[in-house]
Design a protein around this ligand. Sequence first.
Ligand SMILES: [Zn+2]
Length: 303
Amino acid sequence: MTDIEPAQWTRRGFGRFLGGAAGLATLGSFAAACTGSGNGTANAGDLAASGSAVAAGDASASPTASSSGADGSGVDADLLMQRYGLKPFTAPATPATKAIALDPQNPTIFAKVPTSEKICFVTVDDGIDKDPAFIQMVKDVQVPITISLADTLIRDDYAYFEKLHETGFVSIQNHTVNHPLSMPSMGYQEQFDEIAGQQTKLHKEYGVTPYIFRPPGGNYDSVTREACRAAGLKGMMLWKEAMEIQDMEYQTSDRHLQPGDVILCHFRGPAQLKGETMVKMMTRLYSHIQAQGFTVADVTRYV
Ligand SMILES: [Zn+2]
């Protein structure tokens, strides 16, 4: 995947939803960013193996959903049905150990978590759309999400993501300062500045220290990995499915979630979704997950 060209992302990914809208060209390039083949060419050696679990103590240190919410106990089932047409999600058992032990010396690349449970992980990138109704949705649905933020797309409203973070269901991770779509074409210093610079900004704005990096467009090389290591990040998270307006783009022909899959979404609104809202898109995503008998888990508990 390190050599995917922008045209390819556009064909395969979100770019087609923006067709012809010249005024959206800039946003379009960002919006297309994360719909490349998230785990395309990572070789098996890069992917985290199961069985190398770390101590359970690490799990409690994770920034994660409150237990009262994550177990579904605080969910208003009637409201959820009325407002979104969704049932409450069943909370998965909290794992005693993490299924993937990240290697800080050689940041671990993963697109799924080894598990037999019917769980998946919802990750939301970039930060273009900032719909207050989505914050309400996160509070209503009460399932964890991991958001990977790029400074250039959030700096017009840092407070939005602060409010999202305050829900207690959100983990904030690193997605660079400027969202460069071709990190492999950049030198070490440039890549390091993108990643380390965003660590600093996210810490300043939200008091967090991300440990997972999501490369824009899923494009990275060995230099990216080295820059991640030097910036203190321990893992690089790719994905198995990418949510579009109506359904997920699957990487397998059976079009079905597999246990432990990471799902990529974006903060997108009517300008990027043909008039649809972020809430509507996420409602569809959650419906698809429930229809396949899956529930949503917190990636920071497993990685
Ligand atoms: Zn992105």
